[in-house]
Design a protein around this ligand. Structure first.
Ligand code: FAD
Length: 455
């Protein structure tokens, strides 16, 4: 890969975390010719098996793809490693399946991509820049405020290492040490975290005996059961990663194979048939449920020195499929700001927080809302009628009436504007209904009077 020549006079940047966001950010900064050191707590995932506690696949959509395009990786992902999902396939209790398409114009879809593949691709792409170095099994400990040194622990040797950086990028996930050790110590830093009362556990629907997908592959399958739900995303090997979301105590209640099978027979009989009784018992009791947390903070930066990105800045519940996409969008917004302000990191980071904090808070809120939509509203007539209305108006005015899901998933509209846009649409629909009602009153009255006088 080639670096952008005009920027090659180096800034020394420490990226903490080589997850999806840290490694994409390293690619973009490496492309600019900066000296980038990436410190990752875990071992190199290219040399390890599945990372425990991480979801197997993710829904990649417009914002994520746009960021991958900057480093020329969008096609690599789309061509061979992404399975298009054109809509939600809703599974009723009796096994009946009904699709709800994401895009009424039937052009756009989201993609199921394997996390491990994507992360490996990004690390390898970043590593191709000779100015980018990965330090695996290096845990960020703290910033020594007296010396301005960053402190790391080498997990293999236990050795403590010190280094300096002009810019620190905290891409170390929801429980970010950069946020805790640097940002929390700054005055005027706001932070909040909310655990929802629901957790999740992953199961698997294997391929059929003749090595085919056991369900229609180009959908995100959902079993909405009002207070809980199950979803499934397709994998390259024709299996499905199934995530069961429900209140945490419910997981503890299902503490024997009998109770588990009874529960699946009652609520997900078709899925039980596809997973198989033996496998579900084995898989369910081999793992435990995970918590879901939503994190907001503000600002995302400290002077021109440190910035939080991805889950470190805005972890969200996973129901809009936007966590990674929003994190990737952070990367391209920062990249654009480097174009705009060259290497003035004071200005770049200030502007990053200014642009991004409201949007991150907006997508955290939208993600919370979408859980109710996915597990409950999709079963409701009112929701389906509104969806029909939205789709008709979207078909007639595709650039004026963009439904909420489409603006979030298939556009780069600022997340906060997506919410405003929805509010505007709600008001417009409400006013139209009122106008129709008012227009109807004289007609109904007229008909009534006519009937009265003809009798
Ligand atoms: P992480 O992936 O958490 O990476 C952080 C990295 O930092 C890790 O490698 C970690 O080892 C490292 N690290 C941590 N502490 C230190 C330290 N002290 N020193 C050095 N390194 C450190 N998003 C979507 O867009 N679409 C989806 O469909 C989707 N589905 C999801 C489903 C579930 C169940 C969940 C929980 C999340 C889902 N997400 C989805 C969200 C997505 O997983 C995250 O937004 C994304 O992983 C964030 O990437 P990140 O790089 O910011 O953080």
């Amino acid at each position: 890969p080639t670096m952008d020549a005009n920027q090659s006079e180096s800034l020394k940047i420490a990226v903490i975390g080589a997850g999806l966001v840290g490694s994409l950010s390293a690619c973009m900064l490496g492309k600019r010719g900066f000296k980038v050191d990436v410190y990752e707590y875990r071992q190199d995932i290219r040399k390890s098996n599945l990372v425990k506690g991480r979801t197997i696949n993710l829904a990649l959509s417009h914002r994520g793809l746009k960021a991958l395009e900057i480093v020329g990786l969008d096609n690599a992902v789309l061509c061979k490693h992404a399975i298009p999902m054109r809509g939600r396939m809703i599974h009723a209790l009796d096994g009946d399946q009904k699709p709800i398409f994401y895009d009424a114009l039937e052009k756009q879809c989201i993609y199921s991509v394997e996390r491990k593949y994507l992360n490996e691709l990004l690390i390898s792409a970043a590593e191709k820049y000779e100015n980018v170095t990965f330090h695996f099994e290096h845990k960020f400990i703290k910033l020594d405020s007296s010396t301005n040194n960053l402190e790391f622990e080498n997990k293999k040797t236990g050795e403590i290492l010190h280094t300096t950086a002009d810019l620190i990028i905290g891409a170390d996930g929801a429980f970010s040490a950069v946020r805790r050790e640097i940002m929390m110590k700054q005055p005027m830093f706001n932070f909040s975290q909310t655990y929802i009362e629901h957790g999740y556990l992953e199961l698997c629907i294997p391929p059929t005996n003749d090595d085919k997908f056991a369900m229609l592959p180009n959908y995100l399958h959902i079993w909405p059961r009002s207070t809980f739900m199950m979803i499934a995303l397709p994998n390259q090997d024709k299996s499905w990663t199934v995530s069961l979301f429900m209140p945490l105590p419910k997981f503890s209640d299902l503490d024997s194979p009998e109770k588990l099978l009874e529960f699946f027979e009652e609520y997900f009989p078709d899925a039980l048939g596809l997973i198989g009784k033996e496998k579900i018992v084995k898989d369910y009791f081999a793992t435990s449920s995970s918590h879901l947390v939503s994190i907001k903070c503000r600002p995302f930066h400290y002077k021109g020195k440190c910035v939080l990105m991805g889950d470190a800045a805005h972890a969200m519940v996973p129901f809009y499929g936007q966590g990674m996409n929003a994190g990737f969008e952070d990367c391209w917004i920062l990249d654009q700001l480097f174009d705009q302000y060259s290497k003035n990191t004071d200005k770049i980071l200030e502007e990053f927080s200014r642009q991004r904090c409201d949007d991150a808070a907006a997508i955290c809120d939208l993600a919370m809302y979408n859980y109710i939509e996915m597990r409950d509203l999709v079963n409701k007539k009112s929701f389906l009628i509104r969806k029909k209305f939205d789709n008709i108006l979207y078909k007639i005015f595709p650039s004026l009436w963009i439904p909420l899901y489409n603006s979030v998933t298939f556009s780069s509209m600022r997340y906060s504007h997506c919410i405003q846009n929805k509010k505007w649409q709600d008001k417009a629909l409400e006013r139209s209904m009122q106008a129709i009602l008012i227009l109807c009153i004289p007609i109904v009255l007229g008909l009534f009077l006519k009937l009265l006088y003809t009798e």
